[in-house]
Design a binder for this molecule. Structure first.
Ligand SMILES: Cc1cc2nc3c(=O)[nH]c(=O)nc-3n(C[C@H](O)[C@H](O)[C@H](O)COP(=O)(O)OP(=O)(O)OC[C@H]3O[C@@H](n4cnc5c(N)ncnc54)[C@H](O)[C@@H]3O)c2cc1C
Length: 451
């Protein structure tokens, strides 16, 4: 059995791989990074490489949220043209990561294919291909026959496909932990089980963070708290309209070869791993657990929800009760760190239906058995683009969040840009469209693809 098949993808296994050095809370650091997902860990790694002393503070455990729960696609294909330069940059880093970090990250250049079921999808892919040619020329349109040659087990008719041979895949938990461990070796102090209550300011600039275990002074703070970022930014007067969307994923037992490239089509996403097991999920079909936060953010999302009504199920239930309970039981200044180790229930019906679609789509998959299903909360912003910015309104703050379901592949490049921003370098053209102020100013555009 290969190393990859022994290494866990799923959250339970992630929890068993804690970062070896548990550090005590330092009194001071040059930079505090909030959040131990791939964005926080990659940022910490590149910040340490740039000479900063860094403390990374994580409410739960490293990689316990989106970064340990995602599909593992590393793609440039069909990205919003505004995000594509960052994705191209990230793709140039992935092949070097194992050598740089000294650990397996599960990187494989397998390509990425989106098959078109309808003429309208085919036309949308072709339009994207034409408008992004100057940023990246790697993607190409495949004819029906070429698609069938690329995917011999595909048993449903297609109009054609969009294919990028240079895209690939990696193992989410492995990659995030590899960044965390490399950061630790470079001197970063990672403190788990330590929620940040507040980003503190003094004399008009960031002065550190208040955590549940005490204070850390710092002139620079990176907010990489994923789905909780809006709670840390709101007290600073910063608008981050986040909608947390629950998405269910399943791991299958090993199957015969179905698709070498990461695959999207017929409403599902599929990534076949090195041992033949598959990560499968419904594509563009998720649950929104209504809470007071989600209702408050709704006005920013309404146009998109109305456009793609079939893609979402609004759920009224336990999360709303938990939210109300939290508001009564947890003092307001501590709410940013509330909700440790959230139980995120997988949508079992959706998982079963996805398995059925895969069985009907690929010859050789009739014996598909789901080994495990889980869910993750995706931190969606109204234009489905992240924020990667040092907002002028709060000197010393860097925000890297809101990756809207595509941040795993971007992670390594994001970490590099965070280090550049920390050094005071001007925002590179790749991140110029990702400023936070677009929401307060109302200058953001419609999402390029359904949220
Ligand atoms: C089901 C699913 C499928 C996806 N598929 C893909 C894919 O195929 N390809 C891709 O590129 N992307 C994918 N994504 C998106 C990708 O996983 C995320 O964009 C990326 O992992 C975001 O990383 P992050 O570090 O910003 O957030 P996270 O990994 O969520 O990390 C944020 C961390 O901050 C911590 N935190 C929160 N509040 C506090 C606080 N107050 N104090 C301290 N710590 C705090 C949290 O505990 C968490 O560990 C998917 C996401 C999901 C859920």
């Amino acid at each position: 059995m290969s190393l990859l098949s022994l290494s866990g993808h799923v959250p339970d296994d992630v929890l068993a791989q804690l970062v070896p050095t548990r550090a005590a809370l330092p009194r001071r650091a040059d930079v505090v990074v909030i959040g131990g997902g791939i964005v926080g860990c990659a940022s910490a790694y590149y910040l340490a490489a740039a000479g900063f002393s860094v403390a990374l503070v994580e409410r739960d455990t490293v990689s316990s949220q989106q970064s340990g729960r995602n599909w593992g696609f590393v793609r440039t294909q069909y990205r919003d043209p505004l995000e594509l330069p960052l994705a191209v940059e990230a793709l140039s880093i992935w092949p070097e990561l194992e050598r740089e970090l000294g650990e397996a990250v599960g990187w494989r250049r397998t390509g990425c294919v989106f098959v078109a079921e309808t003429e309208a999808e085919h036309a949308a892919f072709a339009r994207w291909r034409d408008t992004t040619r100057e940023i990246s020329s790697e993607a190409r349109m495949l004819s029906r026959q070429e698609t069938e040659e690329l995917l011999p087990p595909l048993s449903k008719p297609v109009k054609g496909a969009l294919f990028t041979a240079s895209d690939g895949q990696a193992e989410p938990a492995l990659a995030t932990m590899a960044f965390a461990r490399a950061a630790t070796r470079a001197g970063v102090r990672i403190i788990e089980d330590c929620g940040v209550f507040a980003i503190e300011r003094s004399a008009g600039r960031v002065s550190g963070v208040l955590t549940e275990h005490g204070r850390i002074e710092a002139n620079l703070v990176v907010c990489a708290a994923g789905a909780q970022s809006h709670r840390l930014l709101a007290p600073l007067g910063l608008t981050l309209p986040q909608q947390n969307v629950r998405s269910t994923v399943s791991l299958t037992a090993p199957l015969p070869p179905l698709s070498e490239p990461c695959f999207c089509g017929y409403g599902i996403g599929l990534r076949q791993r090195a041992d033949g097991s598959c990560i499968i999920a419904a594509d563009s079909c998720s649950d929104i657990d209504l809470t007071l936060d989600s209702m408050r953010a709704m006005r920013f999302f309404l146009p998109e929800f109305l456009r793609h009504r079939s893609g979402f199920s609004l759920r009224l239930g336990r999360p709303l009760l938990d939210d109300l309970h939290e508001r009564l039981a947890v003092p307001k200044p501590e709410r940013a760190a509330a909700g440790r180790r959230p139980r995120i229930p997988a949508n079992r019906d959706r998982a079963e239906r996805t398995g059925e679609v895969v069985r009907g789509l690929f010859a050789g998959s009739t014996g598909l058995a789901i080994v495990k299903s889980w869910a993750g909360y995706i931190d969606v912003l109204p234009d489905a683009l992240p924020v990667l910015d040092a907002p002028g309104a709060v000197s010393g703050l860097i925000v890297a969040t809101g990756f809207s379901g595509h941040g795993f592949g971007l992670g390594p490049a994001v970490g590099r840009h965070v280090a550049h921003l920390a050094k005071g370098e001007p925002a590179d053209h790749a991140i110029a469209p990702l400023k936070l102020e677009r929401f307060a100013r109302g200058t953001y555009a419609r999402a390029h693809a359904p949220l």
